[in-house]
Design a protein around this ligand. Structure first.
Ligand code: COA
Length: 169
């Protein structure tokens, strides 16, 4: 098992460095490859093209330096006080190394700066890796949408996270 990446944008670490940057059109070939490797019903390129220019969308890329290899991405909408996680995926060869967590931590931090006080997402009950990641960030189950994912008919779990809660010192 390779070592986890150093926290993003931290100077002086050994080995490859992870950087989190705004997702841009030049990343989309790599995004599409990861999307197709990650989902049974991948988003099409036009949807990503629309997201990166949509003012309510917060779109982040996880890039490995040197080389600027795109290893993951996050698409989130910030609608009034709610951060809605629309899409997150990490290249299969780079999973389990902290990329997904880094994307979400950065994205949720930026959503908070834009005024979000809570975050929401849907996840398949069978997606244990994603559920553990969300649970480790504090997301809690709020409900279930029956047969949300088609054509399989799998339910969606609805998860929420308070962003305005501060641990007492
Ligand atoms: C879900 C996904 C984004 C996680 O990204 P990742 O970079 O592999 O996750 P991280 O390395 O940051 O892991 C963070 C935490 O998630 C959990 N986790 C990640 N992979 C896991 C796995 N295979 N099994 C169990 N838990 C896992 C762990 O709690 C981990 O924390 P830990 O390493 O301290 O134990 C990635 O697996 C993926 O792209 N999956 C396909 C697309 C997808 O399902 N997207 C979510 C749709 S709702």
């Amino acid at each position: 098992m390779p070592e986890k990446f150093s926290p993003p944008d931290q100077e002086g670490g050994r080995g490859p460095q992870l950087r989190i940057e705004p997702l841009a059109a030049l990343h989309l070939d790599q995004v599409i490859a990861i999307e197709q490797a990650s989902f049974s019903q991948p988003w099409r390129r036009q949807l990503f093209e629309a997201e990166i220019v949509f003012p309510k969308a917060l779109c982040l890329a996880a890039l490995l330096s040197p080389g600027h290899i795109l290893v993951g991405y996050l698409i989130m909408w910030v609608v009034v006080d709610e951060a809605q996680i629309q899409n997150i995926a990490v290249h299969p060869a780079f999973r389990g190394l902290g990329v997904g967590r880094s994307l979400l931590e950065r994205g949720l931090g930026q959503a908070r700066e834009r005024g979000a006080t809570w975050a929401s997402l849907e996840v398949r009950p069978s997606n244990l890796a994603a559920r553990r990641l969300y649970a480790s960030l504090g997301f809690v189950e709020q409900g279930r949408r029956p047969r949300y994912y088609q054509p399989e008919g799998e339910d969606a779990l609805l998860l929420n996270l308070r962003l305005d809660y501060r641990q007492p010192a």
